[in-house]
Design a protein around this ligand. Structure first.
Ligand code: ADP
Ligand code: ZN
Ligand code: ZN
Length: 718
């Protein structure tokens, strides 16, 4: 592997062994990459015969741990090469940070303690009679006390659609795309697939991924309730950035040792070391959070599909609004589809219809009104019936900008090409890009006028306006209306989101206001009305993925309504829009994702956009916009003279460098350059061959002031 370093070791170490090695004055964590006796043989730049006298010995081998598997290393190598980073960087980012700090002695001690706990736990399980494998002559059922918490929970009877999806999952090898409406019982299918694969082997492991940390506690609860009785309390672990370093290490060790049978996690979990991986589930596979936005900009969803192939595991992607890439991959095999589509169009429960979509034509509403009278009326009816409503607006703060009526001063951020947002609660102007915060000025800083006012609205202002508009309404018991807001500002403290969600679930809230944070995934039972206040912006964005994201978000949001089949009144999804006849809203009204996807795919095909082409971005940060663009444009012009690029050059379109949409952040100028190709392989090889040129370009005089650059393969935000 390129970039690997060579060290001496007294005893032969198998590939995949974790080691501590000296580098300069420091000691670092490393992974033995090449099998012993073949130092860097694959790397043509390094002479095959290394002088042992010049090599340094490793400091220690963490050989209390089993070596990382060949397929794990293959995954890292692939991710590094595909996303144009070094394997060392990807490997280290994939390992828990605490592993870097522990000495081999500390690690061995920790493992010993774990093993002791484990054998205690197993002894306990056998005495409860739930591990038939460990104690074959005992019949588990005989020993389990009747109301023991360790008994397997009752399983619901599957719907015919769920049964069919499960049967297809077992009969075929996949990859699978579970295309199921919100509330169609996808999670139940994920759990059955997991249960069946785990039951089929003593060691099989499953990886279940969700896009947001916020969704892991809910999922963990469901999986623990289902699986811990049978497999033990430690069989289900989670992996996400909200864990403490010690928790992350514990989860990682449990997965690596095979003790954890189920790992639940966010995108980082795709790199979990799981020696007996049999299944990967990617829930809400369309969610942009699966794409990393710094370091190696990997897509955990795409890597999940690749990893499943490496490990011989099954992979199941699930969504009510799949990404157009996955949707296209799941077209019929006769047309070239590679994924098998499993369909569950109906919600669970006889009355559980999908919500009725209602569009409010804002052109015919009182000028400047935030909530149209009919929407307000509908929310009022819910309140008097004791039902909940959810109102969302994708902008937090009170107002996106403060402006002077006399001189046109605006609350620009001095460090960014963006406005600072007005937050009324602490009377600050805050930049959402660099964090720069100041108290709101009393008078206009430019002309001294006192007439400065908020323009536009965010969730904070919406909450205030709703409180005012609904102040006369009464709940069924005669008490006043309760409004709650959930967004990034109200959930900064650890545990605050959980407690706010608990209030909603307990029915202590009548109207929930928030950003897209509340639109995703949560299984609200009492919400019967969802309203999108001002979603039009995304219809006319320059980003070609914008309609796809909007449609997904609105379908998701609609999916929060009417999840309780016992509620007899039909739930509603309201959209306030100035473009009520826009085709996107027409297909939304029909809940017709396939029609929406078909029209988008036609447009994409005509324009040669993904999934009909492949893209990469090179981004550059510099002191000046000129330097950022000069770096990109010089690297681009250099392409034509380089023979190593020649075989791929004609398959690649290189666009000129442009400033990013928010051109300056924290006083750094940002530019980007788009590359496009009809061939994924050509784009890959081109980028690999081009990298040295990009590295060399740094030292060119016109690039003075360049701070950093990075390649983003399959970028999501253009
Ligand atoms: P999705 O993930 O597709 O939005 P969920 O799996 O969360 O849907 O299911 C929605 C609700 O329906 C959950 O409360 C779940 O417990 C329930 N449910 C799922 N499958 C069944 C079934 N076969 N019978 C009864 N209830 C079910
Ligand atoms: Zn002014
Ligand atoms: Zn700023």
């Amino acid at each position: 592997m390129a970039g690997a370093l060579t060290y001496l070791s007294a005893q032969p170490l198998p590939a995949g062994t974790l080691v501590r090695v000296p580098l300069g004055q420091r000691e670092l964590l490393g992974v033995v990459w090449e099998p012993p006796g073949q130092p860097a043989a694959a790397d043509a730049a390094t002479p095959n015969t290394l002088d042992p006298a010049k090599l340094r010995p490793i400091a220690a081998a963490l050989d209390a741990l089993a070596p990382l598997s060949a397929s794990w290393r293959a995954l890292i190598s692939f991710a590094a090469s595909y996303y144009q980073r070094s394997a060392g960087e990807v490997a280290l980012a994939a390992l828990p940070p605490q592993l870097r700090d522990l000495s081999s002695v500390q690690l061995a001690r920790r493992l010993k303690k774990k093993a002791a706990n484990l054998s205690k736990a197993q002894a306990a399980k056998v005495s409860h009679g739930t591990t038939s494998a460990a104690c074959p002559e005992a019949s588990p059922a005989d020993h389990a006390p009747p109301d023991s918490p360790l008994t397997t929970p009752d399983l619901v009877a599957l719907t015919p659609e769920q049964t069919q999806a499960l049967d297809q999952f077992h009969a075929q090898s996949g990859p699978f795309l579970l295309f199921g409406a919100t509330g169609s019982g996808k999670t139940e299918v994920f759990m059955r697939c997991t249960a069946d694969l785990l039951a089929g082997s003593d060691s099989a492991q499953a990886l279940v991924m969700v896009p947001e940390i916020n969704l892991t506690p809910q999922l963990e609860e469901r999986f623990k309730a289902r699986f811990c009785a049978q497999y033990g309390e430690d069989a289900v672990v989670s992996m996400h950035s909200g864990l403490t370093p010690a928790q992350r290490l514990a989860s990682w060790l449990a997965a690596h040792s095979g003790q954890a049978r189920i790992v639940l996690g966010t995108r980082m979990a795709v790199f979990a070391s799981m020696p007996h991986l049999a299944l990967i589930v990617v829930d809400e596979e369309h969610d942009p959070s699966y794409k990393s936005q710094d370091g190696a900009r990997y897509s955990a969803r795409d890597l999940a599909v690749y990893r499943a192939r490496l490990d011989g595991a099954k992979v199941l992607l699930g969504s009510a609004t799949p990404s157009l890439e996955s949707w296209y991959h799941s077209r019929p095999a006769a047309e070239g589809g590679r994924y098998l589509r499993l369909e569950m169009p109906s919600r669970v429960g006889a009355n559980a219809l999908l919500p009725l979509v209602r569009r409010v034509d804002m052109n015919h509403q009182p000028k400047g009104c935030v909530l149209s009278p009919p929407l307000l009326d509908a929310i009022g009816q819910r309140i008097t019936r004791g039902e909940q409503s959810m109102v969302f607006l994708n902008r937090r703060g009170y107002a996106p900008v403060l402006s002077c009526a006399d001189c046109d001063w605006k609350s620009n951020c001095p460090h960014c090409s963006a406005f600072r947002v007005f937050h009324k609660i602490d009377r600050t102007l805050r930049c959402h890009h660099c964090g720069f915060t100041e108290r709101v000025p009393r008078a206009c800083p430019d002309c001294g006028s006192l007439d400065i006012a908020p323009v536009g609205r965010g969730t904070e202002r919406l909450e205030e306006q709703l409180a005012l508009l609904l102040s006369d309404m009464r709940r069924p018991d005669g008490s006043a209306v309760r409004i709650a807001r959930i967004d990034a500002d109200t959930t900064k403290l650890k545990g605050s989101l959980e407690s706010q969600l608990a209030q909603v679930h307990a029915g202590e809230v009548d109207v929930l206001v928030g950003t897209q944070m509340i639109a995703k995934g949560h299984d609200f039972r009492r919400i019967t009305l969802v309203a999108a206040i001002n979603p039009d912006g995304a219809l006319f964005s320059s980003d070609f993925r914008s309609p796809e994201r909007l449609f997904g978000l609105l379908m998701q949001a609609a999916g929060r309504a009417g999840r309780d089949a016992s509620n007899t009144s039909r739930s509603e999804m309201w959209v306030q829009t100035f473009h009520p006849t826009h085709p996107l809203y027409e297909t939304l009204k029909q809940h017709d994702y396939p029609a929406f996807a078909a029209s988008q795919l036609v447009e994409r095909q005509q324009a040669g956009m993904p999934p009909f082409s492949f893209q990469a971005l090179v981004r550059a940060d510099a002191r000046t916009q000129e330097a950022a663009q000069a770096f990109l444009n010089s690297a681009s012009s250099a392409c034509d003279g380089l023979p190593e690029l020649a075989p791929w050059r004609e398959h690649i379109t290189l666009y000129p460098a442009v400033p990013m949409s928010i051109q300056r952040v924290a006083n750094v100028e940002r530019a980007q350059m788009l590359l496009e190709s009809p061939s994924r392989a050509a784009l890959q090889r081109f980028l690999n061959a081009w990298q040295p040129t990009l590295h060399a370009m740094r030292s060119q005089p016109q690039c003075k002031g360049l701070l950093r650059w990075a390649i983003d393969v399959d970028p999501l935000l253009i």
